[in-house]
Design a protein around this ligand. Structure first.
Ligand code: NAD
Length: 489
């Protein structure tokens, strides 16, 4: 059990000595207590990250860093089963999902090892200029110290999405996991310690948003802030970054639409709609929580959808066969239940929305489907971040596109049709950073991830994820023997 902060390659107690409880959402029991870092600890961590950056990590080659990333991936791989079980206890998600997350996190470290190596080849490439007296080369240099703040829905995977590209780029990290799910991030620190990653390159500080996240976002020693979480917190992070013009990337919320046309296959549509909103208990930023279904197929599709939704096995994440676990926290349970109550005023509840009778402890809720909420209703407009789907019907393609885009968010969207030309046209018209055609949610480390509008700024994953932690430098040399001749003729 890890119950200390990982700063400068050492396990240390929090400066002010505070701890907070980590709760198992499957039964509401205490798992363990974890340090509540404060400003003082954040300051130590940022200082350690700066030292590590200037002491050598920032000047190392991509190939050297690739070797460390691969070692980190191997170390996580050795403990993948234990990590998956820990993730279930901490977050609640069903074990097969947690196993998938851990495998993806390991894959993410391996992928960025490859990109770190390629970065060496990208260095110092010449840039053609229209004046032959000059020669220009382009360098990609690490951004410096990265402050990274992550949410609770994919605890280790979100840590990997942040830490792997940062280390690949040559940046050093201060990672603050969510106070709701800090355990696997501490294990990541443990892996860093076991492989002997130079001290201060990766620091993991557990703590509350206001006590640890806020000072990290305000610290003048942080060059780059990378945040995943809610819009209100993202807005605070952006304000903090504005004070000393920190580089930022934000991955925020969503209320993504799934458009299903009449010509879609009903069974395939039902499967992807369910995966789009009930996977990870609907606690997915890109969840396709708004279903727009064309009138001709609506009745048949909804009947099958409700039927299959009622069959989902709900229970503790470690139980065999479970496909829907508890929500991640008591707070999230109350929030989702509150939105469901609100929804009952705003739409017709077709199924679910209550605590399953056989699960009296833990934060369980039956997956819910609401039919025809008003265009301006809260359940249609606001992110619920739970297993709650809202359905509306449409007649024409133009109408579907208009409704799908009518949101302050622009993270993701999905479209289903056998007419691939139409699907492509709709995909191009959707104002979202991620569009799925004939599916919803599959995510690949190679492809850019992020949103338009209030869903965020910048892209993670792929080479875009690496670029997040790189500064681009031009080195321009005057090669001519001729004097410049502006002042001195
Ligand atoms: P949150 O904003 O409450 O918390 C996210 C993190 O920010 C936590 O680590 C928290 O401790 C920290 N934090 C809270 N207040 C802070 C402050 N004042 N200063 C600095 N840090 C602070 O979000 P959450 O409830 O953990 O996550 C749910 C949200 O995250 C949803 O809106 C979801 O859509 C979004 N999300 C987005 C993506 C994406 O890739 N776009 C992925 C996962 C989750």
């Amino acid at each position: 059990m890890r119950d200390q902060l990982y700063i400068n390659g050492q396990w240390v107690r929090p400066d002010l000595g505070g701890y907070f409880d980590v709760i198992d959402p499957g039964n509401g029991d205490l798992i363990q207590r974890v340090p509540a870092a404060t400003e003082e600890d954040i300051d130590h961590a940022v200082h350690a990250a700066r030292q590590a950056f200037t002491r050598g990590w920032g000047q190392s080659t991509g190939a050297e860093r690739a070797a460390w990333l691969e070692a980190l991936a191997d170390e996580l791989d050795r403990r993948r089963d234990a990590l998956a079980v820990l993730e279930v206890r901490d977050n609640g998600k069903p074990l097969p999902e947690a196993q998938w997350d851990i495998a993806d996190a390991i894959g993410c470290f391996r992928y960025y090892a490859e990109l770190a190596r390629e970065l060496d080849d990208r260095q110092d490439q010449p840039l053609a200029l229209p004046d032959e007296r000059f020669r220009c080369r382009i360098r990609y240099e690490p951004v410096g110290v990265a402050g990274q703040i992550i949410p609770w829905n994919y605890p280790l995977l979100m840590a990997a999405w942040k830490v792997a590209p940062a280390l690949a780029a040559g940046a050093t990290c201060v990672l603050k996991p969510s106070e709701l799910t800090p355990l696997t991030a501490l294990e990541l620190a443990g892996a860093a310690e076991r492989i002997g990653l130079p001290s201060g390159v990766l620091n993991v500080v557990t703590g509350l948003g206001s006590e640890a996240g806020a000072p990290l976002s305000q610290h003048p020693g942080v060059d780059k802030l990378a945040f995943t979480g809610s819009v209100p917190t993202g807005s605070k992070i952006m304000s903090a970054a504005a004070v000393d013009i920190k580089n930022i990337s934000l991955e925020l919320g969503g209320k993504s639409a799934f458009i299903v046309f009449d010509d879609a296959d009903v069974e395939a549509a039902v499967e992807w709609i369910m995966f789009g909103i009930f996977w990870n208990q609907g606690q997915v930023c890109s969840a396709t929580s708004r279903l727009l279904v064309q009138e001709g197929i609506a009745a048949k599709l909804l009947e099958r959808l409700v039927d299959e939704t009622r069959r989902i096995t709900i229970g503790p994440g470690l139980e065999r066969g479970v496909l829907l676990g508890p929500l991640a926290s008591a707070g999230q349970f109350q929030k989702v239940m509150g939105m469901i109550e609100q929804g009952k005023q705003e739409a017709n509840l077709l199924t679910g929305g209550k605590r399953p009778p056989h699960l009296s402890h833990g934060f369980f809720v039956e997956p819910a489907i609401f039919d025809e909420p008003g265009e301006n209703s809260r359940i249609w407009r606001e992110e619920i971040f739970g297993p709650v789907l809202c359905v509306k019907r449409f007649k024409t393609e133009a109408e579907a596109l208009k409704q799908a885009n009518d949101s302050r968010y622009g993270l993701a969207a999905a479209v289903m049709s056998n007419d691939l030309e139409r699907a492509a046209r709709v995909a191009n018209g959707l104002r979202a950073g991620i569009v799925w055609v004939n599916c919803s949610q599959p995510t690949f480390t190679q492809a850019p991830w992020g949103g338009m509008k209030q869903s965020g700024i910048g892209r993670e994953l792929g080479r875009w994820g690496l670029d997040n932690y790189l500064e681009v430098k031009q080195v321009t040399e005057y090669r001519s023997r001729e004097p410049w001749g502006w002042y001195i003729k």
